[in-house]
Design a binder for this molecule. Sequence first.
Ligand SMILES: Cc1cc2nc3c(=O)[nH]c(=O)nc-3n(C[C@H](O)[C@H](O)[C@H](O)COP(=O)(O)OP(=O)(O)OC[C@H]3O[C@@H](n4cnc5c(N)ncnc54)[C@H](O)[C@@H]3O)c2cc1C
Length: 428
Amino acid sequence: MSEFDVAVIGAGPAGSSAAIRLAQNGMNVLLVERGDPPGTKNVSGAVLWGNELAKVVPDWERSAPVERYVTRKEVAFLTEKSKIAISFSSEELQNSKSGKIIVRGKFDQWLAKKAKDAGAMLVTGVTVDRLAIDNGKVIGIQQDNDVITADAVVVAEGANPRVLINSGLRPKLSDRDVALGIKETIKLPENVINERFNVDSKSGFASEFVLGFLDDGLLSGGFLYTNKDTVSLGIVASLDRLRANGVTHSYDIMGKFEEHPFIKNLIKDGIPDEYAAHLVPEGGISSMPKLYGNGYLVAGDAAAFTFSNGMVLQGINYAITSGILAADTIIENRNNINENTLAKYVDKLRESYVLSDLYNFNGIQNVTWSDFVQKSLPTLAESVMMSLFDEKGMPKKHLRQIVTDAMKSGHMKYSDLITNGYRVIKRM
Ligand SMILES: Cc1cc2nc3c(=O)[nH]c(=O)nc-3n(C[C@H](O)[C@H](O)[C@H](O)COP(=O)(O)OP(=O)(O)OC[C@H]3O[C@@H](n4cnc5c(N)ncnc54)[C@H](O)[C@@H]3O)c2cc1C
C-alpha cells in the first residue's frame, strides 16, 4: 500500500489547484515544493485571466491577494521613437474581474495554503529529483535515495521539466521549446500609479508590447502591469535568436526597454525592487511531452500549456485548468490507476480550452516571432502615422498614396503585405 494516494510535484498554480481538488475529494495528497515558501521560485507578470480559480476556491474574492482588476488593456508596437497602440477600456471588463493582476510571491503562497486547508500535506524546500519507477509503473517520487510512494503522481514542476527529463519521460529542452522571460518589479507610490495610468485603487492597466525596435536580430515581446504599489515590467525574448546573436545579455534588452521614451516616463522615479528571469514554454504542441503514463500525469507549464499571441500571454489559467482536470481524472479512476484510465486526462483536456487552443493556434509562434510582425509592420505603421499626423504644410495625399510611399521607403511590396498580413490574420 502506498504512503499517499497522490503526490503532486510543484506548488505553482497547476500543482496547488490539483492538490486542492484532490484533497477536497477525500484523497490523501502530498504537495512537494522546492521553494520555501511557495512562490519564491516563480516569475510571472502577472495577470491571471479567466475565472477558473472559482472552481477550486469558490469564495476566492474574500481572501485572494489580487492587486487590481484589469480595466484598461493595451497592445502596442514600439519602434525606436514611436508607439502604435490599440487601447481598450471597459467597465464590463472591470465588472467581470476576468483580469486579476497578482504578485506570484503572494498568490502562490495563498493558493498552497488553500491546498493545506483542504487537507493536503504541504512540504516546502524539497526538490524532487525524479519519479520512482518500478517495472514501468510510476510508484512515487524520489529525492536522492529516498522514495515516497503514491498511487499516482501529478507532475506540475513548471517550464523547466527536470523531473520528466531525469525520469526519461521527455527529451531535453531546445531553444525552440522555451523563451526567456525577464521581469523587474518597480516600486511607485499607489497614488502615483493611479494618476499615471488613469486607474483607481482597485482597477489596473495591463499592456503587451511588440519590441521589434530591439536590434541585433532579436525578437521579443514586453509587458507592463500595475500592481497596488509596484509596476511589473518585463520581456519575453526568443531564446534561439538570443543565442544566435551571442553578445546581447538579458539586462541589455531590459535596459533598452526601460529607456524607451514611452516606458521611461511610466516608471519615472520608481525604485527597482526585484529582478528575475524564468523560462516560458513557447513551442506549443511540438514541445508537449506525453501527458500521461502508467501512474503519472503532467499539468501546466511542464506540459507546455501556455498561450501567447502577442496580445495576451496566458499560462496561469491553463495551469489551473489542467491541474483540476488531472485531479478529476485521478478521482474518477481512484480504484484503478493505470495508463489506460489516466489516458482519459487527454480527453478532458481536448474538451476544455487547454488542448483545443493549443491545436487551433498551432504554429502561431511562427507569426508572432516573425520579422514581419516584429519589425516590418510597426515600421510601416509608424511611417503611415507620421505622414497622416505630422502636418508639414504640404498638399495632402490620399491614404493609398501614403501607404504606397511608406512601403517603398521600407522596401516592402504589396504582395508581401498581403501574404504576410493574411498569415497573421489566419493564425490569430
Ligand atoms: C516573465 C513571465 C511573465 C508571465 N506572465 C504571465 C501572465 O501575466 N499571465 C499568465 O497567465 N501567465 C504568465 N506567465 C506564464 C505563467 O507564469 C506560467 O504559465 C504558470 O506559472 C504555470 O504554472 P505551473 O504551476 O505550471 O508552473 P510554475 O508556476 O512554474 O510552478 C511550478 C512549481 O514547481 C516547483 N518545482 C519545480 N521543480 C520542482 C521539483 N523538482 N521539486 C519540487 N518543486 C518543484 C517550482 O518551484 C514552482 O513553484 C508568465 C511567465 C513569465 C516567465
